[in-house]
Design a protein around this ligand. Structure first.
Ligand SMILES: C[S@@+](CC[C@H](N)C(=O)[O-])C[C@H]1O[C@@H](n2cnc3c(N)ncnc32)[C@H](O)[C@@H]1O
Length: 196
């Protein structure tokens, strides 16, 4: 990707430490719930879901948690995050790197919720995941959109990332805008190759 440089982000151990200290606990707060609801609206009850960079079980819980009839697999490289989630029997989580996920096979829905802008090669990951959708599957990507005045570097970087998605996938439907209070996200729903 060309354009603005990504601000510095935590390496794997940094995430581990941040989850242990509760830094990401706010993701379960009500203010974030609109984003999870917008993601869940794209996911049928029996869809085979791969949640990449799943963190704790916030999205999983919104999808029904242990009562969810469809399969769910989460992947994250932070054991502390995975251990803080409440995963039900019959659903799985795997500790691994998004860049080389220990997961094979195809999924109906692949989720990258608040993950893409932490990755070194985001478009490579998007390409790989997009290619592993089932026919008529969908790749769901959410991007937090900070305002330029509060977080100028992040705002520019994430704008460029969203623009890069459009260049790479020009037929992608327009992104949904999700807002709660002062927080805004875009939700990009990328249909499986050949099904758009
Ligand atoms: C902001 S949290 C979002 C968590 C979850 N997707 C959600 O929306 O609640 C970002 C997550 O991405 C994970 N992550 C970041 N880089 C990763 C990588 N290279 N491989 C696996 N997980 C990664 C972090 O450990 C963290 O759990």
């Amino acid at each position: 990707m060309t354009g603005p440089t990504r601000p510095v982000v935590a390496a794997r151990l940094g995430w581990e430490d941040e989850y242990r200290r509760g830094r990401w606990g706010y993701l379960a707060d009500a203010v974030e719930s609109a984003r999870y609801a917008a993601i869940a609206a794209h996911i049928g009850p029996t869809a085979l879901v791969l949640d990449v960079g799943c963190g704790a079980s916030v999205l999983y819980d919104v999808l029904g948690g242990p009562r969810r009839p469809g399969a769910y697999l989460g992947v994250d490289w932070s054991l502390a995050a995975l251990r803080s989630g409440g995963w039900g029997p019959g659903h799985g989580v795997v500790c691994g790197d998004v860049n080389d996920p220990p997961v094979r096979g195809r999924s109906d829905v692949i989720v990258l919720s608040e993950v893409l802008y932490y990755l070194d090669r985001p478009m490579d990951v998007v390409d790989r995941l997009h290619a592993s959708l089932t026919d008529h599957g969908v790749l769901l990507i959410t991007l937090y959109r900070p305002t330029v005045d509060r977080h100028p570097e992040w705002a520019r970087y994430i704008d460029a990332l969203a623009a890069g998605l459009l260049v790479r996938f020009p037929d992608m439907p327009p992104a949904e805008v999700v807002r709660t209070g002062r927080r805004t996200w875009t939700l990009h729903a990328l249909p499986a190759p050949g099904s758009g």
